[in-house]
Write a protein that binds this ligand. Structure first.
Ligand SMILES: Cc1ncc(COP(=O)(O)O)c(C=O)c1O
Length: 427
């Protein structure tokens, strides 16, 4: 039975942490550690919540697959009727493999190559989101060469103040590389009229990530609406208004959930005013809370008056703490007797390789399993082979069943594309 559940993805039963109805130790016995474990019910629940919140207007939810691009996760969302927001030819390839049609795809990103634009046009994507004048001219040229007309949207940078937990996840502020500065939008809209192989079908924006309230949206929407009105006044047949992603999820236990009703209220009013089809690009909201990174404790260490818990997962598996100083809740898979203030660190040769610093953590020793929570978004997709570490396995749980959705990389995978015997060439 497929599960849809507003229960937390990971629940403790008889002292043992379960993913839905599967005990995590059973998954570890099958696939080892480190392993990403995702709960299908939570993904279904989050999509259903968003669908319900926006049901009163024509809309489409395009999962920002940079958050989690595993084929099984994509298939799950595709079967539930979502589309995708992509940012590369690689993501387009994955999306097609997962069964998404071209019309299910919007193509964002500040640096699309000619090859990627060709691929997007071949696939007949719904929209290519334009991020600069140079890109607009390139899309027109590529579409002309292919004898087609590219459906485009202009990504507006509304230049509003965005309050996010880390500067690296702001995008809709002045001075960011993303989108067209709002003062330049009118000029670009006019330029579209002179280009025969692009058709302006939408305007959009994406303000940033981990946005916990509707204030930036409230500030930005009038600017987007003004751009839409101006484009319509110039005769463009605008059909779509894209408000991007960015909905926050709680990473701390005591943090409140994002107020979807408030956010939706603000966006719905604007969507109704325009009569356009609303596009949403949530990434993190759909998958973050569905996933945990399960790791085994290798060692305890005491140095310079500090305690360290050393795990077999490292920053190559989950880089968010190192990159964004992100907080992830840590839970013992089997209840620990007590707690200890310690650093939870990985085996990588970097002092930035930690999951928690000076934190009250379960007092566990070697062999214990820990779950690094809220790791379903920007976890595996940002993982690497740094320190020549094979990437972890990924597992999907649905009710009382689980399936391996990505095998653990093998050592041979590390050198698969490398050549020991060089074939030297001259220019
Ligand atoms: C254009 C665009 N849309 C959507 C998203 C998804 O953001 P989030 O995962 O915060 O919902 C991103 C994230 O970087 C993005 O760049």
């Amino acid at each position: 039975m497929p599960s849809t559940t507003s229960e937390p993805a990971f629940v403790r039963r008889a002292g043992v942490l379960h993913a839905e109805h599967v005990p995590l130790p059973a998954i570890v016995a099958a696939v080892g550690t480190p392993a990403y474990v995702y709960c299908a019910g939570t993904i279904r629940d989050r999509l259903a919540r968003l669908e319900a919140a926006f049901a009163s207007v024509p809309h489409r939810i395009h999962f920002a697959m940079k958050a989690n691009s595993n084929l099984a996760i994509l298939r799950l969302l595709q079967e539930l009727g979502a589309g995708v927001d992509i940012v590369s030819g690689g993501e387009l390839f994955r999306a097609r493999e997962a069964g998404f049609a071209g019309r299910d795809v919007v193509f964002s990103g500040v640096g699309k190559t000619v090859r990627e634009i060709e691929q997007a046009l071949d696939a007949q994507v719904l929209l290519i989101n334009v991020e600069s004048e140079a890109e607009l001219v390139t899309i027109d040229a590529v579409a002309g060469r292919l004898g087609t007309v590219a459906p485009i949207a202009i990504r507006v940078n509304p230049e509003v103040t965005v309050d996010t937990p880390h500067a690296y996840i702001k995008t809709g502020e002045k001075g960011q590389k993303f989108g067209i500065p709002r003062d330049d939008v009118a000029r670009l809209v006019s330029l579209v009229r002179e280009l025969p192989h692009v058709e302006l079908r939408g305007l959009g924006m994406h303000l940033g990530s981990q946005i916990g309230n509707a204030d930036p949206m409230r500030d930005a929407l009038p600017r987007l609406l003004a751009a839409i009105a101006a484009a319509r006044a110039e005769g463009h047949a605008i059909a779509y208004m894209d408000v991007g992603g960015g909905l926050a999820v709680p990473y701390h236990a005591e943090e409140p959930e994002a107020d979807i009703a408030d956010y939706a209220g603000v966006v719905l009013a604007a969507a109704r005013e325009t009569g356009l089809t609303l596009l949403l690009e949530p990434g993190r909201f759909l998958v973050a809370e569905a996933g945990a990174l399960v790791t085994e404790v290798l060692y305890r260490k005491h140095a310079a008056g500090k305690d360290f818990i050393v795990t077999d997962a490292g920053m190559n598996d989950l880089v968010r703490p190192a990159l964004y100083q992100a907080y992830h809740r840590i839970e013992a898979v089997e209840s620990a007797a007590g707690t200890i203030v310690a650093d939870l660190v990985g085996p990588i040769c970097e002092s930035g390789d930690f999951f928690a610093k000076d934190r009250e953590l379960p007092d566990v020793g070697a062999g214990a399993l820990l779950a690094v929570q809220t790791a379903g978004a920007y976890g595996y997709t940002m993982s690497s082979n740094y320190n020549s570490r094979p990437r972890p396995a990924e597992v999907l749980v649905d009710g009382d069943r689980f399936a391996v959705i990505t095998e653990r990389e093998r050592l041979e995978d590390l050198v698969r594309l490398e050549r020991a015997h060089l074939q030297w060439r001259t220019a």
